[in-house]
Design a protein around this ligand. Structure first.
Ligand SMILES: C[S@@+](CC[C@H](N)C(=O)[O-])C[C@H]1O[C@@H](n2cnc3c(N)ncnc32)[C@H](O)[C@@H]1O
Length: 363
């Protein structure tokens, strides 16, 4: 990597840079790699620096992104490049030629901006730049000749501004499905609340690609705890599920008219179904450990097979709170001898909460 220190660029929700940095510091240390972090120039980015040569690449290849919650995406930094007002493509080519050579040629290039960037001109430039940039990089032999090739490496460019870019590389199978973990979804016109997008995103992030129907299809039964006004229930009904919506608040009339929803006015933390259901989802705003306990109880007690729930994190020590919740769920399910898989992510549509997916693996 020339004279650049070994660095990973991390992406998180703006404002969560410390949680993102702490999380990777912790995971890296458990693999015997001791790095430090600092916030990047672009909000929602973090630079994670490792002292030894080759360490960033080694960490990237030994730690699956899906084990991380606040780190939504990442890539290995190759060069930091000043962009002149003319021939920015040429500057990237020169910068990459000076950087350490890659083991293989990447198949394509992705140009990213910060999540909250407000510079419409920069946004337009980034979109239009991809084609001439790709052509220039291919011409210089820095991208593979065949643009459709399914290559493991992908060049990554984070445009800080018109004048500065961070250039790097990401690896197939260990990068976010959606660049920077940003998944903009269209709000369904008849859904009762914007929260609906959180559940839609959760399915897109957690369910194995191409196998979504195995989890959602076939007329399944679901329970939605803290359902009102019904954004999450709407998603479940949209998948053809019959839903018991538990909330003392009112449900959306249009959704109730679907005939697919039974509204139960009760406390979501104590109510249980008479028969087991496939899905339980919970979007109640309460103490995270209380919700973690609830999810563990439902899965351990075989009241549901799958659950998606939000943990509303405190203002401080958010990463630590997630660790405590993860441990609590693990302990409960191990005590009940129930095999399980727990995934969690700070989704693009999440704010102060993270979203978890817990599934029972037996039967
Ligand atoms: C964030 S809103 C849920 C929004 C919903 N997921 C949607 O998409 O429309 C939280 C809901 O939890 C409900 N709630 C709070 N405490 C509850 C409890 N103990 N039992 C059941 N519902 C509860 C509130 O009435 C509120 O409707």
């Amino acid at each position: 990597m020339g004279n650049l220190p070994d660095t990973l660029i991390l992406f998180c929700r703006p404002g969560f840079e410390s949680d993102c940095g702490n999380e990777l510091t912790d995971h890296a240390a458990r693999k015997g790699r001791f790095g430090y972090f600092r916030p990047g120039q672009v909000p929602g980015t973090v630079l994670f620096i490792l002292p030894g040569e080759g360490e960033a690449e080694a960490l990237l290849s030994s730690l699956p992104l899906e084990q991380l919650v606040f780190v939504r995406d990442w890539f290995l930094l190759l060069a930091e490049i000043g962009l002149p007002a003319t021939d920015r493509v040429g500057a990237v080519i020169e910068g990459l030629k000076d950087a350490a050579p890659l083991a293989e040629r990447p198949g394509r290039v992705e140009v990213r901006l910060g999540e909250n960037h407000e510079d419409a001109d920069l946004g337009r430039f980034a979109r239009k730049w991809v084609a001439p940039l790709s052509k220039g990089l291919r011409g210089a032999g820095l991208l593979a000749g065949d643009p459709d090739s399914d290559r493991p490496l992908q060049l990554e460019i984070l445009l800080n501004s018109f004048e500065r870019a961070l250039v790097g590389v990401s690896v197939a199978g260990n990068r976010a499905r959606h660049p920077s973990g940003i998944l903009r979804l269209r709000f369904p016109a008849d859904a009762p609340s914007r929260s609906t997008l959180k559940l839609e995103e959760a399915w897109k992030v957690f369910l194995p690609r191409g196998r979504e129907l195995a989890f959602l299809g076939g007329g399944r039964q679901a329970v939605d705890l803290g359902a009102a006004p019904g954004g999450w229930t709407w998603q479940l009904v949209n998948q053809g599920m019959k839903v018991i919506a538990v909330d003392n608040g009112p449900m959306d009339d249009g959704l109730m008219a679907s005939g697919m929803v039974e509204h139960v006015r009760d406390d979501g933390y104590s109510w249980l179904p008479r028969r087991a259901v496939d899905w339980m989802v919970c979007d109640i705003v309460d103490k995270p450990r209380r919700t973690a306990e609830l999810a563990a109880r439902w899965v351990a007690g075989q009241h549901c097979r799958y659950t998606i729930f939000n943990l509303k994190l405190p203002m401080k020590k958010r990463y630590e709170e997630w660790l405590a919740c993860r441990e609590l769920i693990g302990e409960r399910l191990q005590a009940a001898e129930v095999p399980f898989r727990l995934s969690a992510r700070h989704l693009y549509h999440d704010r102060e909460e993270i979203t978890c997916f817990l599934e029972r693996l037996d039967g």
